[in-house]
Design a protein around this ligand. Structure first.
Ligand code: NAP
Length: 176
């Protein structure tokens, strides 16, 4: 039997020098060029996000399909598909057109990191206080394939590829 090829799953995040990604439900900086970068990276794709991140955005992002991860079986929102486990979210995402992007927040990045094959990360050169952090990842498991430094914006955009095998999407590891 041929071995299963891991689906391409890309985490997209902006994190500060102290790993902060959020504070009190929102992102503690506003860099419009980074929002444009996020849009350029994810347009046409399928976004998987946590219910808290959905609440912070408050609407579906145009030109993309959104799958919201929640444990609440009665949750629904206009413009969002819903999944109750990461496995369900990625199975649904894989049945749709478009590349799969996991777009936060902290809980969902942590859950999806072992399965991710790619990361597109913005290193924001600030150290704000915050209550949501980007998870650490092992540098010997990841290779930076491209770095675009923008000192004028106080950030670097970095494209990472996994250099070892990701965990299987169907390993059931997100069962609490
Ligand atoms: N800087 C960035 O790039 C970036 C990107 C995205 C978000 N953020 C920030 O990150 C923060 C939000 O992160 P967060 O960690 O608080 O929340 P989150 O990851 O967005 O969402 C957490 C929610 O996802 C659901 N969930 C988590 N694990 C699940 C599982 N195994 N199965 C089913 N559902 C599951 C639960 O929803 P229910 O409670 O409904 O069950 C949980 O409360 C905000 O401050 C946001 O602004 C930053």
């Amino acid at each position: 039997m041929p071995s299963e090829v891991a689906p391409r799953v890309t985490l997209v995040a902006a994190y500060a020098d102290n790993r902060v990604i959020g504070d009190g439900g929102s992102i503690p900086w506003h860099i419009s060029e980074d929002f444009a970068h996020f849009k350029a990276v994810t347009i046409g794709g399928v976004l998987v996000m946590g219910r808290t991140t959905w609440d912070s955005i408050g609407r579906p992002l145009p030109g993309r399909t959104t799958i919201v991860l929640t444990r609440d079986t009665s949750w629904s929102a206009d413009g969002a598909l819903v999944a109750h486990s990461l496995e369900e979210a990625l199975t649904l995402a894989g049945s749709l057109d478009g590349e799969i992007f996991v777009v936060g927040g902290a809980q969902v990045y942590l859950l999806a990191l072992p399965l991710a094959t790619h990361q597109v990360l913005t290193e924001v050169h600030l150290s704000p206080s915050g209550d949501a952090l980007y998870p650490p990842f092992a540098l010997d498991e990841w290779t930076a394939t491209r770095r675009e430094s923008r000192p004028d914006l106080g950030l670097d955009w970095v494209w990472w590829e996994r250099s070892n095998e990701p965990q299987s999407v169907f390993g059931g590891s997100d069962r609490a």
